[in-house]
Design a protein. Sequence first.
Length: 249
Amino acid sequence: MAGKLVGKVAIITGASSGIGEATAIALAAEGAQVAIAARRSDRLNAVAERIQASGGKALPIVADITDETQAKNLVEKANAQLGRVDIVVNNAGIALMGTIDGGDTSDWRRSFDLNVLGLLYVTHAALPLLKAQKSGHIVNISSVAGRTARAGVGIYNATKWGVNALSEALRQEVFRDNIRVTIIEPGLVDTQIDDHITDPIAKQRIQERRRSITPLQSEDIAAAILYAVTQPPRVNVNEILIRPIEQEN
């Protein structure tokens, strides 16, 4: 039986591991051709090979989306080589935690450059294509942290609150062009996102918090994304908040 996404092309950023990798595999399994982007070419190629071994089609594109030119080239290459763009999953992100007082300001810039500006660069490049074809779906990976604020998480909170605000504003801008916008807000997920935290105290706290419960798996988030992008054209799933059952807040 034909998959639900046959004939569709999806771009997934941050696709070399974690949620991005799981999403690429899930969308490809439903028939989408996937352009997978990340900075790590070896990991990216391994994901592409896995998808292709299962009969799917994957186009690996090495890109650092904090560079506007590279973000634009990513979208242009996907469109040129796969023939169109239907779905954009803005998954690439980083969670650099630590207190504001005494915080590493270079971490702040890295956080906003990737979580907010990188997402915007890819979206900005894709919108003319989606508007021209009068259809498309932009999925932005936010977080429970985009709804709450916690001491020691303020910068990450700010970036994800920003993602939520931008997504809702974008939805209002483009719905008349038949473009859907969805925010996915995961709670604690078992991924490598903690690896980039430079503050040792903040890193220890989040790892202890993650170990205290059974976290979500990347495949759980991919399933939520797949649900949103396979709804009938009349349906725009604006927001999915998904927590582990044991996570209080």
